[in-house]
Design a protein around this ligand. Structure first.
Ligand code: PMP
Ligand code: GLN
Length: 391
């Protein structure tokens, strides 16, 4: 008998689902998969519920409800000084996941090279490989997540179609600096290619400002910017994403969106439009609250002998397990952590190309987007098994 697609057949179930299932089976606190354990803003939930009773139940327009596209354009202006045409430069998608996939579909021809920065989010490589692209991975290295200029330069070639940049970055929490963005922009121009910018954590930064690559000179026509309502409004189940790009790119991205999802839930789109207009004070409150929880959790981990790496943005902090590993790698350590301590985390080696060089095996990622009570309970549980003297 003929067989289904071999590449997809061989793809393992995502580590986030695996660890969430393991956490459930063992009654563990789930600091693995990145989702908040509190509700999003009441005004958004109410707006979504009301829209369901208000005739918002048929297909939305292909590129998104006008009110959401207008809100995305306004937010681009307010937050970053970008002048965006809501009619031709915004596309609403079913989550950033779809936005990434359709943007890649729109850019890539088989054989094109794509520069990526490891550790990387787990949907990038499978989509690239399905499209026949050739990944060129560069690593930011622990403990400071430094971006090596020589390696980045060497990853670009005449065949490079795009660089995929995730800032703020999952899992490292790195927020790329203005100097790093300028370097990337200069390489994009030098090699006449594009930049696909996964900016889902744009509003979740702590003490540093997120700068979209699109705001750097020459990038307005070459960068595709992706946002996620799930992350910006703490409603990860909603799966509403938005793409901002120049019209020559959105024209092609819209074709990919047309054959993959066509449109996304209209009531949620209406609510997200309201959310984007909440503006700066809402996002400041959200990031201040997350920052306090990052500090609480990172300090607790340090006290237990798990040094943490710098994390200026996102839901995540990476910890070094070396002092407590006793010969175990990050995968074995995370499994034992669920079963023995009742806390779930994600092994960082899962964020590296399985076909690439050996990844680091001494790092694990914790999601701190949980209530203080839950984080404190997780630290208590860890404290019963680990002490700083160990190792
Ligand atoms: N990119 C990154 C870096 C992420 O962490 C996530 C998390 N879910 C996504 C994209 C996908 O976002 P969405 O849930 O909106 O599809
Ligand atoms: N982005 C989330 C994380 O990194 C997971 C999303 C998913 O489970 N697909 O934890």
């Amino acid at each position: 008998m003929k067989t289904p697609n071999a590449f997809l057949g061989s793809l393992p179930t995502t580590i986030f689902t695996t660890m969430s299932q393991l956490a459930m089976a063992h009654g563990a606190i789930n600091l693995g998969q990145g989702f908040p354990d509190t509700e999003g803003p009441a005004e958004l939930i109410d707006a979504a519920a009301e829209a369901l009773k208000d005739g918002r139940n048929q297909y939305a327009p292909l590129t998104g409800l006008p009110e959401l596209r207008e809100a995305v354009a306004r937010a681009n202006g307010r937050d970053y000084g970008l002048d965006i045409d809501p009619a031709t430069e915004v596309i609403v998608t079913s989550g950033a996941t779809e936005a990434l996939a359709v943007s890649l579909m729109a850019l890539i021809e088989p054989g094109d090279e794509v520069v990526l920065i490891e550790p990387l989010y787990d949907t990038y490589l499978p989509v690239l490989r399905l499209l026949g692209a050739v990944p060129r991975c560069v690593r930011v290295e622990a403990p400071d997540w430094h971006l090596p200029e020589d390696a980045l330069r060497a990853a670009f070639s005449a065949k490079t179609k795009l660089i995929l940049l995730n800032s703020p970055m999952n899992p490292s929490g790195k927020v790329f600096s203005p100097q790093e963005l300028d370097l990337i922009a200069s390489l994009v121009l030098e090699h006449d290619c594009y930049a696909l910018c996964d900016e889902v954590y744009e509003h979740l930064t702590f003490g540093v400002k997120h700068i979209p690559l699109m705001t750097r000179p020459g990038m307005r026509e070459r960068a595709i910017r992706i946002g996620s309502a799930g992350k910006s409004f703490s409603v990860t189940g909603w799966k509403i994403g938005y793409i901002t790009a120049c019209p020559t790119l959105t024209a092609v991205i819209a074709k990919a969106h047309q054959i993959i999802a066509f449109s996304s839930a209209p009531n949620l789109q209406r609510a997200v439009a309201k959310g984007l207009d909440l503006g700066e004070s809402f996002f400041t409150t959200l990031s201040d609250s997350l920052r306090a929880r990052r500090d609480l959790f990172a300090e607790g981990l340090h006290a237990l002998g798990f040094p943490t790496l710098p994390a200026d943005g996102s839901y995540f902090v990476v910890a070094d397990i070396s002092a407590h590993a006793n010969g175990r790698d990050d995968v074995a350590f995370c499994r034992d952590l669920v079963v023995e301590s009742g806390v779930a985390a994600i092994p960082v080696s899962a964020f590296y190309d399985p076909q690439g060089a050996e990844p680091p095996r001494h790092l694990i990622r914790f999601a701190f987007c949980k209530t203080e009570a839950v984080l404190t309970e997780a630290l208590d549980r860890l404290g019963r098994h680990f002490s700083p003297q160990e190792g």
